[in-house]
Design a protein around this ligand. Structure first.
Ligand code: MTE
Ligand code: MO
Length: 322
């Protein structure tokens, strides 16, 4: 991997916990006021978000190798504006409905082309390596973006434990299915479970992260508790949530969005401003939290991670392999 430049982050760019807390109080008051006025349609009702704020601390050591100077997306936006279709297709459906998902007991089985297949208890995975806090960009295929402080460690750390065989060319991630707790499963948009995948070299790349926490706390359910992946140079849909199974395969898996519309969503899904989605441009993005009137910003090749990952795709036609 090429050397990563570590930019200096002005303290003003980082939102300290104290500011969070006071802002949270303000939001609570604002939420209550709005509810009293019956104007819920104009301002989002934040009471569900505020109620979910008791999630416990999850200490993680900041890793300056994976730090960005961009302003962080607020914790509120990170955990109230979500895509998690198992709970519905609306942006606040995950916040409103994911609370019922059971995240203990929870196991993650790793199978397929590995010398040592194994089922891990989630609490053992949490202890497998020391947790690092990394700031990653997230770029949704819907052309909005966030900057998020995740806690976890590289997926490679886990994969090395099970010893992938020489036939392991791809990695598949399978999300949990809890029919009683996931009201979105009734929508047949996706042939559940939600399945995503990577090529083995992408999965072993140190940027590919297993995530257990965000903003220094245990992942809220709506963000993919108890464990999800984060692959920051790819469109957000590649980063599967609430994973129960990881399969190492010889053949490329048919992932959920490829199955739905392979002309619109490819297996690679690398962020690429030069390759438009058939129905919209990917050249610019809207940063969540900037407000709808703020100017859009340019989308960066590989979401800004070209120095680290471009070499994975040498010689590939990225227009064909979208
Ligand atoms: N299981 C599952 N994982 C998923 C999704 C989903 O619907 N189901 N949505 C994806 C999409 S489209 C995006 S943009 C990211 C959003 O992650 P966040 O809500 O934590 O920001 O999750 C991805 N992972
Ligand atoms: Mo997305």
């Amino acid at each position: 991997m090429s050397k990563i430049k570590i930019p200096y982050i002005a303290p003003s760019e980082i939102t300290p916990e104290a500011v969070w807390l006071s802002r949270r109080k303000w939001l609570l008051q604002a939420g209550a006021g709005v509810a009293a006025l019956g104007a819920g349609g104009l301002v989002p009702d934040l009471s569900a978000w505020a109620a979910g704020q008791q999630s416990s601390a999850l200490p993680a050591q900041p890793n300056p190798q994976y730090w960005l100077s961009n302003k962080l997306t607020s914790e509120k936006d990170v955990s109230s504006y979500n895509n998690f279709y198992e709970f519905g297709t609306g942006k606040t459906d995950p916040l409103d409905y994911a609370g019922k998902m059971q995240t203990r007991p929870w196991t993650v089985s790793i199978e397929g082309e590995v010398a040592k297949p194994r089922t891990f208890d989630i609490d053992d995975l949490l202890k497998l390596a020391s947790l690092e806090e990394r700031i990653y960009r997230l770029r949704c295929v819907e052309a909005w973006s966030m900057v998020i402080p995740w806690s976890g460690y590289s997926l490679a750390t886990l994969l090395k434990q099970v010893e992938p065989t020489s036939k392991a060319k791809y990695v598949e991630f399978v999300t949990a299915v809890q029919p009683d707790n996931m009201p979105g499963l009734g929508d047949r948009i996706i042939d559940w479970p939600y399945v995503e995948g990577l090529r083995i070299d992408e999965a072993m790349h140190p940027l590919t992260m297993l995530v257990f926490g965000v903003y220094g706390k245990v992942l809220p359910n709506q963000n993919g508790a108890p464990m999800r992946v984060a692959i920051p140079w790819k469109y957000g849909f590649k980063s599967g949530k609430s994973i129960v199974k990881i399969r190492l395969l010889e053949k490329m898996p048919v992932t959920s969005w490829v199955k739905i519309a392979s002309n619109e969503y490819g297996f690679y899904a690398n962020v690429n401003p030069d390759v438009p989605h058939p129905r919209w441009s990917q050249a610019t993005e809207r940063r969540i939290g900037d407000g709808i009137f703020a100017p859009r910003v340019d989308t960066l090749m590989f979401n800004g991670y070209a120095d680290q990952v471009a070499s994975l795709y040498t010689g590939m036609d990225l227009r064909k392999n979208y």
